[in-house]
Design a binder for this molecule. Sequence first.
Ligand SMILES: C[S@@+](CC[C@H](N)C(=O)[O-])C[C@H]1O[C@@H](n2cnc3c(N)ncnc32)[C@H](O)[C@@H]1O
Length: 315
Amino acid sequence: MDIFIYGTGCGAGDLVDEALPIEKVTAFVDREGGRFLGKPVITLSELAGRDFDLLIVASRDAEHVERECGRLGIDPGKLFFLRNHMKIVDRNRSYETARALLGDRFIDRMIHAEKLIRTPLWTEKERIAGPGSDNDYVRLKTLEAICMRLEGVKGAAAELGVNKGGFARWISELLPDRTLFLFDTFSGFDPQESADCGEGFKEAHRKAAAEKVLAVLPHPEQAVIRRGLFQETAQGLEEERFALVSLDADLEESTLAGLRFFFPRMREGGYMLLHDWNNPKLPGVKRALERFEAEYGRLQAVPLCDVNGTLVITV
Ligand SMILES: C[S@@+](CC[C@H](N)C(=O)[O-])C[C@H]1O[C@@H](n2cnc3c(N)ncnc32)[C@H](O)[C@@H]1O
């Protein structure tokens, strides 16, 4: 078989080390010619003039390679993409050639990396984000990774600001064995606190119903609904300890109340997710954090690049 590898970086090096001995490689292909691992490096234009069996694209330059191959008339059926951060089947019609050539171990490792990026780690039931999905991919994948880190950390999970349960259902899915406290008025924001908010914003949050939230949770038996204003419904839970808390109350006073209640009750190793911290539409969330930090000191936190700027607070 006449096999070429596109790329002369880590991807190509890893491929030769792990799955395709250098003796089986005819040559490498890259934007510039030269030599790599003792073999010639040619350009795609030079490859286009040759008869060959397979071009394994081991570089992240997949878009460029695909475009250039199309322009040069290289048969797309001869391309196999390894490191394109896409679902492999999006670009490769079949794994058969690759499995036969590179072995199950290498291909399974690729599929594992693909799953980390594209699908839930522990369940194949539903793709939580991706093209055509309205979910917040970074937010949900971060939640998933955080839940993996919670192994060995005791404590309940909680969300302040549940609305229709869009995020709560993922907490329930990922932490099936923990009590999940769900705090919401289920009738919208505190009228006094939201006096300056737009009618559309307020109306859109009035339609939640606790029963409907329970119906979307995969583990409703673990849920404890606390219906009403958080400042009142948190009372009686002072002895509770938490491993994961999602704060998503949108407004300043409620967010501050959430920070004041939960932060001192977090288990070491736990996480708080402060949604909308970097959302210009809801500046009260950032102000609440500033006020809380003025009381408690600066928190350890990592900002996310998710849709609404969540802050992940570690404890
Ligand atoms: C943006 S929604 C929550 C969205 C939900 N976390 C999700 O990701 O699908 C905000 C919710 O916070 C609730 N909320 C705000 N302040 C509250 C308070 N002080 N007590 C109880 N619920 C409150 C509102 O009723 C509203 O349903």
